[in-house]
Design a protein around this ligand. Structure first.
Ligand code: AMP
Length: 358
């Protein structure tokens, strides 16, 4: 097992806030980060030692980037698989390009989860319009049609109800490969972030509840108010997935909790996750430091929740409240350095702590 000691260079593909907070955590441990992304002046590059501004499929730039780093990780999922494979021929890429590829396609992701005997909503791959009728007959309505690839924050999804024109919904999503899922009448949405080190050690954070507004994460509540058995089941699922995927790094597992307490996996993200931002203030080791530790081959850190926390995203013009938030005692404000405020864009977040309830 090769450890990359402090002083080494961590390459991060993607330049958003997840890369920014990873670079800040890396710097605290004495690492340098080199950010690779197509946008100049990205949130991550602003706080990193080096930046490459190039397209994600620029073979020459990728090779030059790889030559300057000791290990590569990523903070963005919609990356060309071939680029990650090219990087992996030069340097360790953690998590593996294979796991990234799995998480990029809902068909592969769901098949992987279901193949382990872990529950998901009922689903069917829709490759062509003729696949819709048999899938609907099996799954029933309401159902959610989701593009297999390139969906995020509810984009690339259509809710199908009784009487809807299903073929029109498929055309509306661009006539691309999709997954049809049964609509889950969930009690709440939760997530677990699990880390796995190079030596196979596992560490999970507490189960948190995520509340969305217009399909975008609005708040994360740590811990989730669920029965202990539900929390245990959610964490066990996350650990099982991390082991089966041979993870090195972080895996965020989004799940639905049914009204009867069943836990269904919805989505996987092999990277830091918005629902883990609360760990910066509430845990001895944040998700970002944990990622650095895992990819550098260091021992994983303590994930104990020291207190309760509520993380609120600042989306679009919400960020204009920064002077008020700065003045609020106990509010931990994080701003991402994005120059342009746009509707639906994550501009920052604020975390509020309270004494540990459980
Ligand atoms: P996703 O892009 O899969 O994370 O979906 C975004 C959001 O849409 C989820 O966080 C849920 O709030 C909702 N959603 C997705 N799939 C389903 C489903 N099968 N049943 C009910 N709600 C869903």
């Amino acid at each position: 097992m090769t450890m990359i000691p402090p002083g080494g260079v961590i390459g991060i593909v993607g330049g958003g806030q997840l890369g920014r907070m990873t670079a800040l955590a890396a710097a605290r441990l004495g690492y340098r980060c080199h950010i690779y992304c197509p946008e100049p002046d990205s949130p991550a590059a602003q706080v990193a030692a080096a930046a490459t501004v190039a397209a994600y499929d620029d073979a020459g730039a990728l090779a030059r980037f790889a030559a300057t780093v000791d290990v590569v990780t990523f903070e963005f999922e919609n990356l060309p698989h071939a680029s990650l494979e090219a990087l992996a021929r030069a340097r360790p890429v953690r998590p593996s390009p294979r796991l990234l590829e799995l998480s990029q396609d809902r068909r592969a992701e769901k098949a992987f989860v279901a193949g382990l005997g872990i529950a998901t909503a009922p689903f069917a791959a829709i490759e062509r319009p003729a696949d819709l009728a048999p899938a609907l007959a099996r799954i029933g309505l309401p159902a959610v049609l989701k593009t297999a690839r390139l969906g995020y924050d509810g984009k690339g999804q259509a809710l199908l109800r009784d009487g809807d024109d299903d073929a029109a919904a498929w055309r509306g999503l661009g006539q691309v490969a999709c997954v049809l899922e049964g609509f889950v009448d969930f009690a709440c949405e939760v997530s677990v972030i699990v880390a796995r080190g190079l030596d196979g050690t596992l560490a999970t954070y507490d189960v948190v509840e995520n509340r969305h507004v217009r399909h975008i994460l609005a708040t994360t509540h740590a811990p989730a108010q669920v029965a202990a058995a539900v929390a245990d089941a959610a964490r066990a699922i996350a650990r099982r997935l991390a082991e089966a995927a041979d993870l090195v790094g972080l895996l965020a597992v989004e799940m639905f909790v049914g009204r009867d307490g069943t836990v269904l996996v919805n989505e996987l993200a092999p990277r830091p996750h918005n629902s883990g931002h609360w760990t910066i203030e509430a845990c001895p080791t944040s998700q970002f430091e944990q990622l650095v530790r895992a990819v550098a081959g260091l021992p994983l850190g303590d994930t104990t929740r020291r207190c309760d926390a509520v993380m609120t995203n600042l989306i679009g013009a919400d960020v204009d409240a920064w002077p008020t938030l700065l003045a609020e005692p106990g509010a931990h404000l994080h701003l991402y350095g994005k120059r342009e405020t746009r509707a639906g864009r994550k501009m920052g977040h604020v975390t509020r702590l309270s004494p540990r309830s459980t």
